[in-house]
Design a protein around this ligand. Structure first.
Ligand SMILES: *Cc1c(COP(=O)(O)O)cnc(C)c1O
Length: 374
């Protein structure tokens, strides 16, 4: 862990050392409020995904604005949230292996914890570990509704699994996780809504079948930033797992509304701050932010407010910029804000958020679940 933050409260933004993760606090607050307001108009609650921010400071603000709890992807991520004061967590993932299950059991002794299952043998393993620790665990059956990742098919296999959980002595069948992440990234509105509608009808049908077997689903969890509006209107979910809305990556800002306009409910609030370390020739400059400072799995970052500059390539520690106009004003030591293509893996590279308002650093928050991959 790198213990020295790149800035101090009160400093001007352009004095912040780089590479650093900058957050525009006004925009972050607007995003948090907007999602709270949107979901307040529906019967659905927010269970915000912590994998995006990995920071209890953000989580606490989400809870203050009405979120019922958090989602985490990993047990260690959930531990960091519980350590930060969050007391209602869904691990929206399958957890496998004795060391992790022991940590999960210990966490369930400190907080409300739910977990997903998609395998009958894992139900027995999970039950045994919970019995050993004298704790009850709430379990959701994860169903596969188009994402082709984890999850049982939403027919008989899901019913069998739910029944198995229901009869296990130390597990409570609590409902379903139905998450179709790829649907959220369909840019075209009619394609996106058709994909969501299909996964919703599969989920709705299964809820009905389970009810016929006497298996109630008090929790139906799923959805995310790209399609939360469709998902919350469907009447299927009890809670929406949106994560990225707090920061927004430029991937999501490509999504279009029903009338073909860009979806703009949420704005980009997260930037990688970088310094020009070299301008060896007029048409190229190099910044100190390469793969170790900005995620590139969803494409290269965009340079904020500078359409004349293109981040086109890099290496571990270097980002190469193309300057289409060789007369471009850009000197060694100048600083630029990069907009990452995918926020989650970018956040995971940093120990600190530097939060600014009106060009001044207002707060520095520790990203306590950074690197929490276990
Ligand atoms: C990533 C993820 C989310 C959040 O999706 P966003 O697009 O970040 O809002 C929700 N649920 C699950 C299971 C996820 O993996």
């Amino acid at each position: 862990m790198n213990t020295q933050p790149p800035a101090e409260v009160g400093m001007k933004v352009d004095e912040v050392d780089t590479p650093a993760l900058l957050v525009d606090l006004d925009i972050l607050e607007q995003n948090l409020q907007r999602m709270a307001d949107e979901l307040a108009r529906t019967p659905v609650r927010l269970r915000a995904h912590a994998k995006t921010h990995k920071c209890p400071e953000v989580a606490r603000r989400q809870i203050e604005l009405g979120a019922i709890g958090l989602c985490c992807q990993k047990v260690s991520e959930a531990e960091a949230m519980v350590d930060g004061g969050i007391r209602d967590i869904l691990i929206s993932n399958e957890i496998v292996g004795p060391r992790k299950l022991e940590r999960l059991a210990r966490l369930a002794q400190r907080s409300r914890v739910m977990v997903c299952v998609d395998d009958p043998d894992q139900v027995n393993v999970l039950n045994q570990v919970m019995q050993d620790h004298q704790v009850h665990l709430q379990v959701l059956v994860e169903i596969e509704v188009g994402g082709t990742k984890c999850g049982v098919p939403p027919g008989q296999p899901a019913v069998d699994l739910a029944r198995r959980i229901d009869v296990a002595t130390h597990l409570d069948f609590t409902g379903l996780q139905s998450y179709f992440g790829a649907a959220q990234h369909l840019v075209d509105f009619s394609q996106r809504s058709a994909a969501v509608a299909k996964s919703q009808s599969l989920t709705r049908e299964l809820i009905g079948t389970l009810a016929q077997h006497g298996l109630a689903c008090p929790v139906v969890s799923g959805g995310g930033t790209g399609a939360y509006d469709l998902e919350s209107a469907s009447g299927v979910y009890t809670e929406i797992q949106a994560g990225s809305y707090v920061f927004m990556d430029h991937g999501y800002t490509n999504n279009l509304t029903a009338d073909g306009k860009p979806c703009n409910q949420f704005q980009q609030s997260l930037f990688v701050y970088a310094t020009v370390m070299s301008r060896p020739v007029p048409e190229r400059a190099v910044v100190d932010a390469g793969w170790k400072a900005v995620g590139v799995d969803c494409g290269f970052p965009i340079v904020a407010d500078r359409p004349d500059i293109e981040y086109f390539q890099g290496g571990d520690e270097h980002g190469k910029l193309r300057l289409h106009d060789p007369e471009t004003q850009l000197r060694v030591g100048d600083k630029l804000r990069l907009v990452p293509g995918n926020c989650d893996p970018t956040v995971n590279l940093y120990d600190w958020y530097v939060l600014f308002r009106q060009r001044r650093v207002e707060a520095i928050w520790a990203i306590t679940a950074r690197g929490a991959v276990l």
